[in-house]
Design a protein around this ligand. Structure first.
Ligand code: SF4
Length: 118
């Protein structure tokens, strides 16, 4: 069975950049990107910035019409997937989301501690 991003992974992504597709979960069978002939989701080596931005925007447009975007995004955040566009987010955008989550969790824990002490 094809997995999200499979053709591109086999064609262009070095082994160390292959996402943990085996752990992706059942949602991947509905992934719109199961056949990524255009190579939108992962950067080729030495990709110029303008080309990367354009490719990522095109990948995000594909994600926007994907029925499993929420599941894909959460998978990529939980792994975390270090490369490529997943769930409509680039790797950099996922790092920002994860940092915000960690900050929120820390604030919540502090609030719970203050309430318990108080
Ligand atoms: S949300 Fe995007 S990356 Fe995720 S499965 Fe759908 S098309 Fe692929």
């Amino acid at each position: 069975m094809l997995q999200p991003h499979q053709p591109l992974l086999e064609a262009a992504v070095p082994p160390q950049r292959v996402p943990a597709r085996d752990q992706a979960g059942p949602w991947h069978s509905e992934a719109v990107c199961r056949r990524d002939e255009a190579g939108l989701f992962f950067a080729p080596s030495k990709e110029p910035t303008a080309a990367r931005l354009s490719r990522e925007e095109a990948a995000k447009r594909v994600c926007a019409r994907c029925p499993v975007m929420v599941e894909c995004r959460e998978h990529a955040l939980l792994q975390p997937e270090p490369y490529g566009v997943w769930g409509g987010l680039t790797a950099a955008e996922r790092r920002v989301v994860l940092a915000r989550r960690r900050r929120r969790e820390a604030e919540l824990q502090r609030a719970v501690q203050v309430a318990a002490a108080g």
